[in-house]
Write a protein of this length. Structure first.
Length: 246
């Protein structure tokens, strides 16, 4: 097993076989739920949540939001509140059925703010982490929680387990130590995250896949909402989509 000692860090990397899921929900015996999503559409997350809770819902056809969250053993109401707050959704309840739509302010639909590129100074944030034989993805998630930054692991990275002892160091030092020992690289993305990837392999991330999905759609000429190519009318403003139907 390869070992590297760098100042306050001792890292051991070894490949292991493991599957990485993109999202899941589960109910506990007390009725609480666990919801995870790594870039899933909010409608898919709601579908899984309501199926587990045995409740009914419908959603606005034009509702789309790429959702990143992990909610462990929380109540259904709390999970629903966090999902709606993050995705900018509102709902009403009619005869026990939850009806979802985009939150509206005045005559306009509230849109999620566009993520901004990270300030490089974030790499100076302090952290301490001690882990043994933890999956690389989980290590990065733990580091991200400490510094308040989402750290993504690209799909082209082979699975590793990490022993990491990083005491009173910085995010920059931690990322340099981990990526150099595993022959990886990290970059600050233009959508507010840090991406860890393998420079020797092609990369396809959930974020870029979602962007490709959105870019493949048309935009309404009036309200600029994304619409399907086969739609004749915009579900948000009712505009006739001449270009989309031709």
């Amino acid at each position: 097993m390869k070992s590297i000692i760098i100042a306050t860090a001792v890292l051991f990397c070894s490949p292991f076989a493991a599957a990485q899921g993109s999202g899941a929900t589960a109910t506990s015996p007390d009725g609480n739920v666990t919801v995870t999503s790594n870039g899933l559409d909010v409608r898919t997350v709601l579908y899984d949540l309501f199926k587990q809770a045995d409740k009914s819902f419908v959603s606005d056809v034009g509702m789309y939001f790429s959702l990143y969250l992990t909610l462990n053993n929380v109540s259904f109401d709390k999970a629903l509140e966090m999902i709606c707050r993050t995705a900018g959704l509102s709902f009403t309840i009619e005869d026990g059925v939850y009806i979802f739509s985009r939150t509206r302010i005045g005559n306009s639909t509230q849109r999620a703010s566009t993520p901004k590129p990270l300030d490089p100074s974030v790499l100076n944030k302090p952290l301490t982490i001690r882990v043994e034989q933890m999956e690389l993805k989980s290590v990065l998630e733990e580091i991200g929680k400490q510094v308040g930054v989402q750290i993504e692991l690209a799909s082209n990275v082979k699975p590793f387990k990490i022993n990491a002892y990083l005491i009173d160091t910085t995010l920059r030092f931690a990322l340099n130590s981990i990526t150099q020992s595993a022959k990886l690289m990290y970059t600050l993305t233009d959508y507010g995250t840090i991406m860890v990837s393998d420079p020797e392999s092609p990369i396809q991330t959930s974020q870029s896949a979602n962007r490709s999905h959105i870019e493949a759609k048309h935009q309404c000429g009036r309200c600029k909402e994304f619409v399907e190519a086969t739609w004749k009318y915009c579900p948000s403003c009712g505009n006739f989509l001449k270009s989309a139907s031709n």
